[in-house]
Design a protein around this ligand. Sequence first.
Ligand SMILES: Nc1ncnc2c1ncn2[C@@H]1O[C@H](COP(=O)(O)OP(=O)(O)O)[C@@H](O)[C@H]1O
Ligand SMILES: [Mg+2]
Length: 264
Amino acid sequence: MTAKTLVFANHKGGVAKTTVSVNVADALAREGYSVLFVDLDPQGNATQLIYGYDETPAVTVEQMLAGKESIAAAIVEKTTIPGVALIGATLKLAKLERELQSTPFSSTSLLLQKLHSVKDVFDVIILDTPPALSFLTANALAAADMVFVPVESGSKLALVGTDDMIEFVNQAKTVNTRLKLGGAILTKHDGRKKLCKITQAVIGDYFETVLAHVVPQSADIGKSQAAGQTVLQYDRECTCSREIVEIARQIATIAELKKSEAAQ
Ligand SMILES: Nc1ncnc2c1ncn2[C@@H]1O[C@H](COP(=O)(O)OP(=O)(O)O)[C@@H](O)[C@H]1O
Ligand SMILES: [Mg+2]
């Protein structure tokens, strides 16, 4: 068993990277995959969702990347999502990123090196990234097998800057030849709105693969997050949950995820 590493990236903020990556992690765990979630955003929103709003893990990704703690120490096994282990992040990650960026020979393969030792422990490693084409996103892309790009439907600016994103992925491919663009995922979609219809109609001009299922605009997302839950935990039967399950299944197919024997 060797884990596939998937990254959810888009340098735009608020496009649902965290929402999609956390909920897909839950859906994949429910399908029987053993999941490690790594939060690479100093805002730590995914960490709050997966670990809880009141506390932060004792050891987080910044200590691991700084070489102060081992990856084993940074992995939290017991999270709010059964089957999903977490390496969390806090605001201190922003400070570390500034330090590493200004350090000669600082490496974009830092995360890859750290994840290497747990590749045989998990079926899939999910990376949530900050809204920037930055050192941390570069580290995520250097460590990944596949990148998925959440795109906010109905926003006039949804696809502006996509070229920069794709160019950044192409640059990452020169240092990580395994990396593939898995596809775009349309988020916050409302099929009744004209702007959403336009986004859906043109997204295929930018991305070779667009996932067939979309994440609908839904109040259930905000409600689930307020309750500290994934949308699947909040209401397994709502439209949003059903779509997330289909998205996770398509991701598993595209990325050729395999379940370990123990998890089956
Ligand atoms: N499908 C959706 N319907 C409604 N609100 C959503 C949906 N997906 C995400 N949101 C909301 O949009 C905001 C940004 O989402 P988030 O996942 O944090 O984006 P990012 O990680 O790209 O910055 C959050 O407040 C979240 O609750
Ligand atoms: Mg986020």
